[in-house]
Design a protein around this ligand. Sequence first.
Ligand SMILES: NC(=O)c1ccc[n+]([C@@H]2O[C@H](COP(=O)([O-])OP(=O)(O)OC[C@H]3O[C@@H](n4cnc5c(N)ncnc54)[C@H](OP(=O)(O)O)[C@@H]3O)[C@@H](O)[C@H]2O)c1
Length: 354
Amino acid sequence: MKAVRYHSYGGSDVLIYEEADRPVAGEGEVVVLVAGTSYNDADSGLRAGLRQDLLPLAFPHIPGLDLAGVITEVGEGVPDWSVGDTVVALLPADAPGAAAEYVAAPAEALAPAPRTVDLADAAALPLVGLTAWQALFENADLKPGQSILINGAGSAVGGYAVQLAVQTGATVTATAGARSRDRIRSYGADRIVEYAVTPVVQVLAGQHFDVVLQLAPAGPEENARLVDLVADGGAFVSVTTPGPPDTGRGVRTVHVFARSDATQLAELVARVDAGELAIEVAERLPLVDLPAVHARAAGRFARIAELAAQVEGGDLAERLRADQAVVRAPAAAGELVGKTVLIPMSSASDTPRH
Ligand SMILES: NC(=O)c1ccc[n+]([C@@H]2O[C@H](COP(=O)([O-])OP(=O)(O)OC[C@H]3O[C@@H](n4cnc5c(N)ncnc54)[C@H](OP(=O)(O)O)[C@@H]3O)[C@@H](O)[C@H]2O)c1
């Protein structure tokens, strides 16, 4: 089969579209014909080796955390899934990913794919949708009637977070740029702050929210200013760089690391099929373009990595200082904006649309 793989950590130039062995289903696994995967900044972090102390990869490695596709083989000990079922999943980061024609996926990560959107587009849901869900309901413990500021609502995580927070009955203030503001308004946000016009901390100075959800890359000072917008006893929940550990006002600061959860993913899918949750896809590209997608994301990934190193220091900062080339891949024309879905050739025409 064709796959995108890398044989060592490095910049986007380590990614190669090449022939790889087709996987077989082990115990507790299914093999899925991939209809789509999607790009996440976490794919760049893994490729660059920034988390190799926590998540060492076996080479050659196939990237791609998000999966949508059709089951073609069912392994031992998988009673609930059959050949032909359409599924979505957030795959384990240290196993071969979905940037391939086929992938072996743990059955415990699978949820039924939505029936109301193109199957490949469903690959835009798992990681970012689960991140939004876990940040709002596990970490922030958002309740009806509460107020929430979602900083970076124009991001893929943010689109889902705004829709879920509105459905919960929260009052939602969202920061968005010109590209995203109309879409975020259409999701029902009560107030939009155009962050590129006036800094959000200036526009909202003196106001307080039960929850501030940080989805934009930020340094320690900016996070500290956003924490000032949290009401006493509220929560600052960041999916990017962590906030200060002790605010002195009973404000909880939480750093989110999204994880696979098939039950939550199935709930997200049910909302998609009920017409309550829109999946936003900015670009659909053939899988062979994945190296170019990583190259186009290099600028924003370098910013994220630098801010993470500033806040976390330690091994991550050392690694970034030692090898800037790894995150500063050659600048590529057309920076990546919005969610990008990658479609293998074998699925471009012959997989079901749902
Ligand atoms: N911790 C985890 O488990 C986890 C999981 C997934 C993602 N993440 C992280 O979460 C962040 C969002 O991920 P994503 O994939 O959803 O990103 P994305 O779709 O690429 O988000 C980019 C968008 O974020 C908005 N943005 C950027 N800087 C901003 C700022 N300073 N203020 C307000 N908005 C800003 C912009 O929206 P406009 O179009 O409105 O300008 C931009 O288009 C990334 O940093 C990613 O690494 C973390």
